[in-house]
Design a protein around this ligand. Sequence first.
Ligand code: FAD
Length: 427
Amino acid sequence: MMKHYNYALGLTWTIILFVVPLPLIQTLAAGLPLAYSDEFQAIYFGAIAYAWMLAAIYLSTRPKWLDRLIGLPDMYLIHGVISIAAIFLAYLHQSQTQSVGWIKTTGDWAYWLLLGLLGYSLLFMAGWLTSRISVIKRIKAWFEPIFRHEVSVWIHRLNLVATVLVFIHVILINYVTAIKPFMIWFYLYSVLTLVTYVWAKYRDSMTYPRATLIKNTEIAENVHELRLKLTTNLELLPGDFVFISFPTIQGLKELHPFSLVNSPTNNNVIQLAIRGDGDFTKALANIPEGTPVRVVGGYGRYQQFLNERSEFTNIVIIAGGVGIVPLLSMMEANANRVISLFYTAHRAEDLLYPEKIMDWQRRGKFQAYQQVGRFVDSEVLRRLPKDFQTNSLFLIGGPSGMMRHWKRVFKKYGVPAGHLYAEEFNW
Ligand SMILES: Cc1cc2nc3c(=O)[nH]c(=O)nc-3n(C[C@H](O)[C@H](O)[C@H](O)COP(=O)(O)OP(=O)(O)OC[C@H]3O[C@@H](n4cnc5c(N)ncnc54)[C@H](O)[C@@H]3O)c2cc1C
């Protein structure tokens, strides 16, 4: 069971990198005229780049079946990596082939558009990068008042225009369109991607279950708890996150991800605790009860991670600030396991849900250590269960730097990577 996730992740990478482009390469290899033999390799690069661009678009639709196997953060990582790789292959393709007229124009436009969007996306949409490199983080923060996330999402969608340009580029090349088996695969992939994308957009905007905001309370300075009454059943697991938006409020129509505070039960009320970090999250303070909410999800692998490792009784949870939210849901849902919680915040008043934590202390099998400011490594290590390297699972939630720190510490003290799980709040 434990290998399940690694196996699914490896298989996903293999299928996208090798299996998806294969029919295009095979049919091209069998059909390209020998007169172009100098350019065969570059043409294959172009075909692989197109296949990866389509795969990246497919992943951007957040296929739920894949999320439960490998998780959305890994899906976004694959999306980012294959997009960069596709642009690299597009560069090789462009620099090693000769073309003229509209074939050249469409190819060049697509290439430069993709390159520009790559730079933009790395700066504004790659949280995994900005959280690691402080210069990029500062540049992003500087520009963010202009290029807000909603604007970035729209700019990022220009990738679709680049893909259409590549599509036109290909159908203008006579000696390629003459290869019927290639064109069948080419149209099949293109149409499938288009249908999936359009369907996902339709699903997100029209058919997805709605909810109503039934309570909006400030539970700490700058943190609001939203209680949503779902009007349709959603497939939710403890620790999941959902995307929400407010279709009736201008400026709040773009979906944003937030984790569940409560363990989803059959009363169809979900709780979210949201810190006011930017335009969307700050505006939540003023949303009146009764407002309709679009909810998409759930996504996430926290509960799946525990279910796949049911033989472990001890769970160690390290949480910082608002990063505790999905772990609250996990603690509520997994009362049968022995849980040690280490929770820190910058200020005492930022420690969320003290009453829940106190309650759980009374149920036994639960020990909480909370403090203002960081824990010293040795303090945490001293309080871990005996033989924690072999009998404990570790869940971590908080700022990216904190998550990386504790992963490093636990690995250093012998915890296998497969016993640690964390979902970052930025991708
Ligand atoms: C899986 C997950 C679970 C989360 N759970 C919680 C939670 O329980 N409580 C909480 O307070 N916050 C949570 N967040 C963070 C929350 O989504 C962002 O703070 C929020 O979207 C910021 O939007 P904004 O417009 O207010 O701020 P902005 O100023 O636009 O953005 C602040 C930061 O959030 C990023 N961001 C903005 N919009 C999105 C988006 N739609 N998708 C991904 N990143 C975005 C931006 O790139 C930027 O780094 C979670 C994030 C993720 C990825």
